[in-house]
Design a protein around this ligand. Structure first.
Ligand code: ADP
Length: 973
């Protein structure tokens, strides 16, 4: 904010018109009250009416000094006074007289050198002189000031009339110029007739240090000759002075008000600092020695001085040493609305007061301050000597304003304190809701000054209320107590649907009413609690004694804030309770979807207060609505029943997408439709579930009674349930699809295996034929054949043998699943013994070392396990160039399975190829290097999978290989 230049401002810009406005800014002069612009007067022509030399200099010296300071040329015309005396006085006032004289800023001339230069006064010549002086001065300086002593008129009384004509015309001369002329008249010696004219010709008068707007000033054109008596002059002067002083007082009052405003509006300081500044301002304003803000904590206690200013206040700091019974000024002041103003304590007869006796306070000026409705203390000022004048209305107003500000501030502080404490209570994470409610009730009880605070839940339909929580002692208001609702104030609260208060039950006519008679609460304040938009109960405070003051808006606001918090918390808890129950239902693994769905529909009915919930398959294109599931009986909405979708409320969510609520069917245009007309449904909450790969559904709740709008929380909960239903329906659909695909795959797999089995089985016979006949051919005609032919036959026999081996292996492979699937306990150690016996030729041949660790008994197909280990051990010996080949078979027990390892020190396998070796007929070597069919490992895999296990290999070329097998632990089938 830009600061406006104020009239008191010493540093304002030099103003046009000069003198008088400048004087207003000078601390040496007081007045005039009104800004000069409002007047039609010439600006800078003043008459000083003095009675002594001191009085004369008291005005002329500051006048000249101010001019010099403002860079104006000052001409001092002396007559009776000696020029040197003037210079000395100027020097005393801090003016560098020599340099001022030297620069020509200051000129000191006698009357003889100026208008009496020709020996006698001449109007035209004097005018011309003044004109040229002003013109010359203005050409060089900021302005011109003339201070002229007019004592010479005493001797030249006959020229007085002519001189007055000059005075009159001077006004014209200075109009709109930065000039000021201060003409000095000795009031005592000048004849009244001259003074009369002086008053008429000067727009401004200076009397003492007061500059007045001269109401008797007569513009030149209406100027008449003087013939009024001296008495008139006196009267005139007195009037002028009174007026000016009144105006000056007004200005002063305004100035203090402004300062008061500025002090209180300045939000930088603390309350205490501001109060201290107010006290200082008050001392200045009332011209008193000191002041204090005193707090009276209770009627039984003493005042405490909370802020003090003044030289004697050291003694008064802290608790005022006055016993309550003895009283003191403040104790009187606190009981009165208006200021307590005692300018003279003795005169007022208050001299028996302790404060007077102990501290000698002879003037007291104080007012009560309040915090909210409660008296808080006093804001007071004092002096140790009596005051001459009574306290004025302005002063009283000023004190009242200060008191008001303090009261407002105290109330604000209390409000903040209340809110802060409330916040601390409600935001404490270590406390439960119940603990917080208890603390809030205590807090409210304290705040309202009541005996008890309590929270009720009400059931209007059964006319019962139950005290849920209570603090304070009251025999009938205890947690868990139930009673008849209609006989309580709570009923009134519920009826009103807003805050209800009683300050004095008897006075307000509650006597005879059970609400008062039963509980005996003389004062009461209560409001409603809502849970998710529904009436829940009340939050109340009560006292068994009447309360003096009405409840303030702030108190109502606090009650509302508390009830809002409690309502929100209750709503939140309610919501969480339902969400938890929903979660418990849908997360229960022991319940089927259908059972869960029934519970979810029941839960929704409870949550929304609805009669029936259900799911329907819908298709907007064919206008289909088919009831699929409901959680109760209904005449029409029965699973399997079909209706036109357009005749149902479900049409709305289907059209709009998402969730729709209908609480006023007629307003929504359902009049005459099946759902409203025949089914009698009055309230509906439904969601459209668009499902992927399945029929779209609607998920809804209905009631035959109309109800209020659904709250946001209810819609959210409904949406949540709808999402679960959608997810479950989709999941079921996916599962069905997946099962179908798996079944199809299984079928084609089975067909393939059947084919492999059939093919390998049926190929065996022709193959045997081929090799038998080839052998026959060799045996019978071998001698007739040449070397080549015999070699060819050998190749053919070889090929047939290899093919038979492959067919045999393939047959074994395709048989794995054909096994009867009966698993029984199999001792793996025994299995490995058989394997070793079977493979003894190869083992002996290579001189291989086979070590078998401690192996478990597992539930499995024994024959298949033997095939599995036989293949792995034979491969371990076969694909092995180490001497001797070593094979370690070990087993480790895990939580749910056994892990076997068959490790060798053989040639190893390229890690990139470890997957390929499990494919049928895939080999990493040529038959010439290592003979084989490429079916051994696929067979192993098939066996392991047949046991719901897993097989894999870890190997590096040249580092040996380890085949791992996991077999789940299971009991025999
Ligand atoms: P076959 O042994 O009849 O060739 P398998 O299915 O048993 O067929 O094995 C497939 C291929 O895996 C083998 O040809 C061989 O290259 C590789 N293999 C199997 N076991 C081992 C092993 N212990 N060390 C190195 N390579 C192996």
């Amino acid at each position: 904010m830009s600061r406006q230049a104020e009239p008191d401002d010493q540093e304002g810009p030099p103003d046009r018109g000069g003198g008088i406005e400048a004087l207003r800014r000078s601390s040496a002069f007081r007045g005039p009250a009104e800004p000069i612009e409002a007047h039609d007067h010439s600006n800078g022509h003043l008459a000083l009416l003095y009675e002594s030399r001191d009085e004369q200099f008291a005005a002329t010296i500051p006048f000249v000094r101010q001019g010099l300071e403002r860079g104006e040329q000052c001409l001092y015309i002396t007559d009776e006074t000696d020029g040197d005396a003037v210079l000395e006085a100027l020097g005393d006032a801090g003016i560098d007289v020599d340099s001022a004289l030297e620069s020509g800023t200051l000129l000191v001339r006698s009357a003889d050198e100026t208008y009496l230069a020709d020996g006698s006064f001449d109007l035209e010549e004097s005018l011309a002189f003044l004109e040229s002086t002003v013109a010359a001065g203005l050409a060089e300086f900021e302005g011109v000031r003339v201070a002229a002593e007019e004592t010479w008129l005493l001797e030249e009384a006959d020229t007085a009339e002519e001189f007055m004509a000059l005075e009159s015309r001077v006004n014209e001369l200075f109009r709109d110029e930065n000039c000021a002329v201060l003409c000095q008249y000795d009031r005592d010696r000048m004849p009244a007739s001259i003074l009369h004219d002086v008053i008429k010709t000067h727009p401004h008068l200076v009397v003492g240090r007061t500059v007045s707007q001269n109401v008797y000033y007569t513009p030149p054109e209406t100027f008449f000759g003087p013939d009024d008596p001296a008495a008139t002059v006196d009267r005139m002067l007195a009037t002028v002075r009174e007026r000016t002083e009144a105006k000056t007082g007004l200005r002063e009052h305004e100035r203090y008000l402004r300062e008061l405003y500025e002090t209180t509006a300045n939000s930088d300081g603390s309350f205490e600092e501001t109060v201290e500044r107010l006290l200082e301002l008050g001392c200045e304003r009332f011209d008193l020695r000191g002041g204090a803000l005193a707090h009276l904590p209770s009627w039984e206690s003493n005042f405490r001085a909370e802020a003090t200013v003044g030289p004697d206040m050291g003694d008064l700091e802290g608790e005022l040493p006055v016993q309550p019974a003895e009283g003191n000024f403040c104790r009187r002041a606190i009981t009165w609305d208006e200021p307590t103003a005692v300018p003279d304590v003795v005169e007022a007869g208050w001299d028996d007061d302790v404060v007077f006796e102990e501290f000698g306070l002879e003037t007291y000026f104080g007012i009560r301050v309040t915090a909210g409705t409660d008296p808080y203390g006093t804001l007071w000022f004092y002096d140790t000597s009596p005051r001459d004048d009574p306290f004025t209305d302005d002063e009283r107003t000023f004190l009242k304003l200060m008191g008001q500000w303090v009261s407002n501030e105290l109330e604000r502080r209390e409000r903040e304190q209340f809110l802060r404490t409330s916040y601390e209570i409600t935001s404490n994470p270590d406390h439960t809701f119940e603990e917080k409610v208890d603390q809030l009730l205590e807090h409210g009880r304290d705040w309202f000054g009541f005996d008890i605070g309590y929270l009720t839940s009400v059931a209007t339909d059964t006319n019962r209320f139950e005290v849920v929580d209570a603090v304070g002692s009251h025999e009938r208001i205890e947690p868990g107590v139930t009673d008849t609702l209609s006989e309580t104030y709570c009923q009134r609260v519920m009826d009103a649907g807003e805050s209800v208060s009683v300050t004095n039950a008897v006075a307000e006519g509650w006597e005879g009413d059970p609400a008062y008679d039963t509980f005996g609460l003389d004062a009461f304040l209560g409001t409603t609690l809502e849970v998710d938009g529904d009436r829940y109960g009340t939050l109340c405070f009560g006292a068994q004694t009447p309360r003096e003051e009405e409840f303030t808006d702030t108190e109502y606001t606090f009650l509302e804030l508390m009830s809002q918090w409690v309502s929100n918390e209750l709503s939140r808890r309610e919501r969480e309770r339902f969400q938890r129950r929903l979660y418990e239902i849908v997360a229960d693994p022991d319940r089927s979807f259908d059972e869960q769905l029934q519970s979810v529909l029941d839960l929704g009915c409870e949550r929304f207060d609805m009669k029936l919930g259900g799911i329907a398959a819908v298709d907007p294109e064919t206008d289909r609505f088919e009831v699929e599931v409901t959680n109760g009986d209904h005449d029409h909405l029965v699973p399997g029943e079909r209706y036109p979708l357009s005749e149902t409320y479900c049409q709305v969510p289907v059209t709009n997408g998402g969730t729709s609520a209908i609480t006023d069917p007629l307003a929504d245009g359902f009049d005459g439709k099946l759902c409203a007309q025949r089914f009698g449904v009055r309230a509906y909450l439904g969601t459209y579930l668009e499902l992927e790969e399945a029929d779209d559904r609607t998920f809804w709740f209905i009631a035959n009674e109309s109800r209020d709008e659904f709250s946001e929380a209810e819609r959210t909960f409904h949406h949540l349930m709808g999402q679960w239903v959608k997810y479950e329906l989709e999941r079921q659909q996916y599962e069905r699809d997946l099962e179908q695909t798996v079944a199809q795959l299984q079928q084609s797999n089975d067909r393939l295996k059947q084919f492999a089995y059939a093919a390998s089985h049926d190929l065996q016979e022709p193959l045997r034929m081929v090799s038998s006949y080839l052998q026959l051919l060799e045996r019978q005609y071998g001698a007739d054949l040449d070397e080549d032919a015999r070699e060819y036959i050998d190749f053919a026999v070889d090929g047939a043998d290899r093919m038979r081996a492959m067919v045999d292996d393939l047959l074994a492979y395709s048989r794995v699943e054909q096994a009867d699937g009966e698993f029984e306990p199999v001792d793996c150690t025994a299995v490995l013994e058989n394997v070793r016996a079977d493979l003894w030729v190869a083992i002996e041949e290579r001189d291989a070392e086979i070590t078998v660790g401690s192996l478990p008994t597992v539930t499995a197909d024994g024959e298949q396990l033997e095939q599995l280990f036989s293949n792995l051990v034979s491969n371990a010996v076969k694909y092995n160039e180490s001497e001797p080949p070593r094979v370690d078979i070990t087993a480790e027990e895990r939580a749910n399975h056994w892990q076997f390892a068959v490790a060798d020190n053989g040639i190893g396998i390229d890690p990139d190829k470890t997957d390929r070796i499990f494919e049928v007929f895939k080999r990493l070597h040529h038959d010439e290097e290592y003979a084989g069919t490429g079916v051994g490992l696929p067979l192993c895999q098939e066996i392991v999978e047949n046991h719901d296990g897993d097989i894999w290999v870890e190997s590096e070329p040249g580092e040996g290989s380890t085949f791992y097998i996991e077999l789940p632990k299971r009991t025999a089938s």
